[in-house]
Design a protein around this ligand. Structure first.
Ligand SMILES: [Mg+2]
Length: 189
């Protein structure tokens, strides 16, 4: 194929439930009298113990391999399949955590039926696609920097609520038509 119609899929927060699993497992490590903290709002030395706990959780290859599927990402995957996109996984590889990469590969083998190509990268912005499906605004913006016609489908969650960009469609499970229309436009461009 000279011009494959590539749809790139993020894993954590798109195809797999990273946030829910992290919160669930942090809760198991919380002392009875300890306040509940948001693991995505833990800046400052007073939260070092939370970072240590997250490192402990994420050091387990099986944790990554057993993340539950996230329906929002699968909805979009079903649509791109039906429309004839060439699907690829584009996931951020942690800098110093080989267990995460091994676990992510096991996850793909166990959870994606198609023989899907995948890239584990430190920079999503360098990778070609017509469409990027990703829940994280920073990665969406990095990727869009060099893609004036690119389309991002963003599975919604509590951390990207209200995000707005002319090339981004926030998908919450109820606006399938809008997502499908966007995917059709990107395919025919
Ligand atoms: Mg993500």
């Amino acid at each position: 194929m000279n011009d494959p119609k590539v749809a790139l899929f993020d894993m954590d927060g798109t195809l797999c439930d990273y946030v829910g699993s992290l919160k669930r497992d942090l809760e198991k490590l919380r002392a009875p009298d300890e306040a509940i903290v948001d693991p995505f709002k833990v800046n400052g030395p007073q939260y070092q113990h939370i970072w240590n706990r997250m490192d402990l959780i994420k050091a387990d290859e099986k944790w990554w391999a057993n993340l539950p599927k996230l329906q929002l990402g699968y909805d979009v995957l079903k649509m791109t399949n039906k429309l004839g996109y060439y699907n690829e996984v584009l996931t951020q590889g942690p800098k110093k955590n080989p267990a995460a990469l091994a676990g992510k590969l096991t996850w793909l083998i166990n959870n994606i039926e198609e023989d899907i190509d995948y890239t584990m990268t430190r920079n999503k912005g360098r990778h070609y696609g017509r469409v990027l499906v990703d829940d994280f605004p920073d990665y969406a913006l990095t990727w869009l920097t060099h893609r004036k016609n690119g389309l991002v489908i963003m599975p919604s969650n509590e951390y990207n609520a209200g995000f707005k960009h002319p090339q981004v469609i926030l998908y919450n499970g109820r606006n399938k038509e809008e997502v499908r229309d966007g995917l059709v436009d990107a395919l025919n461009r």
